[in-house]
Write a protein that binds this ligand. Structure first.
Ligand SMILES: Cc1ncc(COP(=O)(O)O)c(C=O)c1O
Length: 394
């Protein structure tokens, strides 16, 4: 395919992409190589929490790039120490290990839980995960995922991930046995279509895991860094997990993730965990810029205000066009369309200059920048209104 004189055939084909090449971004907007402007409700899949090319991240990266890009993970560097301190001070965790991707940030807790089981629970290694869950695309994280499309792929999978059902505590209880070491879940199943664990279920899960001396691992790669109006969604349930994986928003658009754990669980021995780029100063400088902005209580309060505004706008749209219910928390929302028309809507919205994502054929997912404005929300809703009005012509 030729797109504006750029050749795309040298890239490995791993997914269907529209014939658009993005050239520039600013806040909630992207411009393609032909100069067409798009309002972006996808934001790199809930990655760009401060929008495209935010000045704070651009300045932090430029300054760090001119100072020290990487000294090797065999040595300490100041930006990673600062970011680890900030994450520890804003959470119930004591220790941090930085990663480059979300999948790697989940792979780490799997290893850490297995190590903990080896040291403290007679080699217990099973981690109960959930149908519908998504934890990444390494072999272990695909095995931990409960995504039906992954089931036939890359057999044999990594063993030890029995699946329970979200919001059904007895389905978890039934799977607990002598080999169980942990339960792991996304507080909101994002890729499955934005299906939240109820806050009551999260509390029940904490009580159940504690009473069986099991670790509770939360995968906050999509829900973390202010996405649900708290810095992390586990705070909404007023629980304290043992391990957390983060990614996406923490880098504000650059590859950065982390696993966080309590002191007692942080039992890696030298050589168990590491990686060439892990905790490099350049990415951690971006992470520090993100935390400085997002951990501000006024910023988080504004996320909730924007969530309420978007919820009202989407509810009106749903009534007007006879659509279904809204799901999610904060600025991670999905609108049920009641029929399998999401791919057509995504395509028509793209033509009209709105980027939106369909995690299922019957739902649209909204994950805008956390600093989107009400005016930009109105603009996106108007485009969707136009698309829905023209649906019979699709
Ligand atoms: C909940 C969750 N876990 C893990 C991942 C994997 O992150 P990455 O794509 O950065 O490897 C994702 C990505 O969408 C995710 O949403």
């Amino acid at each position: 395919m030729q797109t504006s004189m750029l050749n795309t055939t040298a890239l490995m084909e791993i997914t269907a992409r529209p014939p658009v090449v993005f050239a520039r971004g600013d806040g909630s907007y992207l411009w393609d190589s032909n100069g067409k402007r798009y309002l972006d409700f996808v934001q790199g899949w809930a990655v760009n929490c401060l929008g495209h090319a935010p000045p704070a991240i651009a300045a932090a990266l430029a300054e760090q790039a001119a100072t020290l890009i990487t000294p090797s993970p065999a040595y300490f560097n100041a930006p990673s120490l600062k970011l680890a301190d900030a994450l520890v001070s804003h959470t119930c965790f004591d220790r941090v290990f930085f990663t480059n991707t979300g999948a790697e940030a989940v792979e780490g807790p799997i290893k850490l839980a297995r190590r903990f089981g080896e040291f403290h629970k007679d080699g217990a290694f099973e981690i109960i995960t959930f149908d519908g869950g998504f934890h990444g695309r390494t072999l272990a994280t695909m095995s931990a995922s409960g995504k039906a499309a992954f089931e036939p792929l890359f057999e044999p999978k990594v063993p030890g991930f029995p699946k329970a059902q979200l919001n059904d505590i007895s389905s978890v209880e039934r799977l607990i046995g002598p080999k169980t070491i942990a339960v792991m879940l996304e507080p909101i199943q994002g890729e499955a279509g934005v299906y939240p664990a109820t806050l009551a279920f999260l509390k029940e899960l904490r009580a159940l895991t504690s009473s069986h001396s099991l670790l509770l691992i939360v995968d906050e790669i999509q829900t973390g860094i202010g996405r649900t109006g708290k810095l992390f969604d586990y705070e909404n349930a007023a629980i304290e997990p043992d391990i957390m994986a983060i990614g996406k928003g923490i880098g504000g658009g650059v590859p950065l993730g982390a696993l966080l754990a309590t002191e007692v669980v942080s039992c890696f021995r030298h050589g168990d965990q590491g990686g060439t780029y892990n905790g490099n100063p350049l990415m951690c400088a971006a992470g520090n810029a993100v935390i400085d902005a997002v951990a501000n209580p006024a910023f988080l309060a504004n996320v909730m205000a924007l969530s309420q505004f978007l919820t009202v706008q989407l509810s009106k749209l749903a009534v007007k066009h006879g659509l279904g219910a809204l799901r999610g928390r904060g600025l991670l929302l999905a609108l049920d369309l009641g029929q399998d028309i999401a791919p057509q809507i995504v395509e028509a919205a793209l033509q009209k200059g709105l980027l939106i994502n369909a995690p299922r054929t019957d739902s649209l997912r909204f994950m805008p920048a956390l600093n989107i404005t009400e005016q930009e929300i109105i603009e996106g809703i108007q485009i969707l209104d136009d698309v829905l009005a023209g649906l019979s012509d699709l």
